[in-house]
Ligand binder design. Structure first.
Ligand SMILES: Cc1cc2nc3c(=O)[nH]c(=O)nc-3n(C[C@H](O)[C@H](O)[C@H](O)COP(=O)(O)O)c2cc1C
Length: 374
């Protein structure tokens, strides 16, 4: 079987991408102090572009100092950060027509910044840290909408091909869309329409600033795997709202570290122990694909086999295939598959990359151990 679809070009909004392989956002913990992009980040993304990925989504990038997960998280909350981002987009655009998106984020309820309060839509304590977030006033929510929009506009000016909102994995925007963490009674809480309003307001503000052609995309929480959280049915409703709002692409994800207190193995990066564990958001994607209007669907989560990826695309179950851990091990995986070596990704989903990510810089421990033995 040829990988004719996987290596065919595809569009997100008006942006043409040379193949269907997306690098899903991956927190590298490689920025310079105070979130500036330096050589380590540039090298990481250069390697990915040289490896053949069509669209690189960089990494959770803080829209506000209080929303950064530490001093070495990439930031874009002020103009001084822009120089490094411009260098990055220039570098990537000069490598084989690779496209690059930025993911913008705030830690929200999962934050534990030494200088800034932890914030969220409602004062629901986070099980892992025991911290109860400060509930934002309606006016404050609007200020955070502006912070996301400003980061989106800066991203556009820096030459990114598109922006992705991080609406998953327990962070700020996920906190708003989830009935578990959002019990507000103002315009940003209550039914699905109100809980999604923050995403629509950010979308509209960015759209007003960038015009019609710059794609605005989102990675969103399709399921929290927490009782009273986003259920599959609620995730389907949210997906429909996102398509109606006009998002150019959506990447359904799910789970949080907090979900582990309720359900076994429900982190966004699940362990893949057998073939049946692969492609774990495919059942959800199948349920929403038909009603995605002009919204492209990026499928993420445990995709390891190029032949299965090809089949998913051929059958129209997704428009793009998104990979995170496999590209930490093999940044040149797309080129390997393109050259005809169709063996699945070498990544064994041990999640050792998660451990290295905590302190940074991120790397694959398994690969390093194999190299040491050779
Ligand atoms: C080390 C590491 C860092 C991650 N950082 C991010 C991130 O910054 N933003 C995000 O949306 N997801 C992040 N994720 C989740 C992945 O993008 C992806 O959704 C998940 O790992 C499943 O895909 P995979 O099986 O291809 O790894 C991260 C995952 C790992 C393992």
């Amino acid at each position: 079987m040829e990988l004719s679809k996987l290596f065919s070009s595809g569009k997100i909004g008006s942006v043409q991408i040379k193949n269907r392989i997306v690098r899903s956002a991956t927190f590298s913990h490689m920025a310079e102090k105070y979130g500036y992009i330096g050589d380590r980040n540039l090298k990481l993304y250069e390697e990915l572009a040289q490896g053949g990925t069509g669209l690189i989504i960089t990494e959770a990038t803080a829209v506000d100092p209080g929303g950064a997960g530490g001093p070495y998280q990439v930031c874009l909350y002020e103009d001084s950060h822009m120089l490094g981002h411009k260098k990055l987009t220039n570098l990537i655009h000069n490598i084989d027509d690779t496209k690059v998106a930025i993911q913008i984020q705030h830690t929200g309820r999962l934050g534990s910044h030494p200088k800034y309060p932890t914030i969220g839509p409602s004062p629901i304590p986070y099980k892992e840290t025991g911290i109860t977030p400060q509930e934002l006033t309606t006016e404050e929510v609007k200020q955070y909408i502006d912070k996301f929009a400003s980061a989106g506009l800066r991203a556009y000016e820096c030459g990114y091909d598109m922006v992705q909102l991080h609406g998953a994995h327990g962070y700020f925007l996920n906190n708003f869309i989830s009935p578990y963490t959002n019990i507000r009674t103002d315009e940003f809480g209550g039914n699905t329409h109100n809980r999604v309003k923050i995403l629509k307001d950010i979308y509209d503000k960015i759209r007003d600033g960038v015009g019609k052609t710059f794609p605005i995309t989102i990675k969103f929480q399709s399921q929290d795997f927490i009782p009273d959280g986003i259920s599959e049915g609620e995730g389907i409703k949210i997906a429909k709202f996102l398509s109606d709002i006009g998002f150019d692409a959506i990447e359904p994800s799910g789970g949080t570290r907090e979900a582990l207190y309720f359900t076994k193995n429900s982190t966004p990066s699940k362990l893949i122990k057998k073939v049946e564990d692969e492609n774990y958001f495919l059942p959800f994607a199948k349920k929403i694909k038909a009603f995605m209007k002009d919204t492209a669907l990026m499928l993420v989560g445990g995709i390891r086999n190029p032949l299965v990826a090809e089949k998913i695309l051929q059958e129209g179950e997704a428009d793009f295939i998104s990979l995170c851990r496999p590209l930490i091990y093999e940044p040149d995986l797309p080129n390997r598959w393109k050259s005809g070596d169709l063996t699945p990704a070498k990544c064994i989903s041990c999640n050792s990359c998660f451990v290295t990510m905590e302190k940074g810089p991120i790397y694959c421990v398994t690969k390093q151990n194999i190299k040491k033995k050779e």
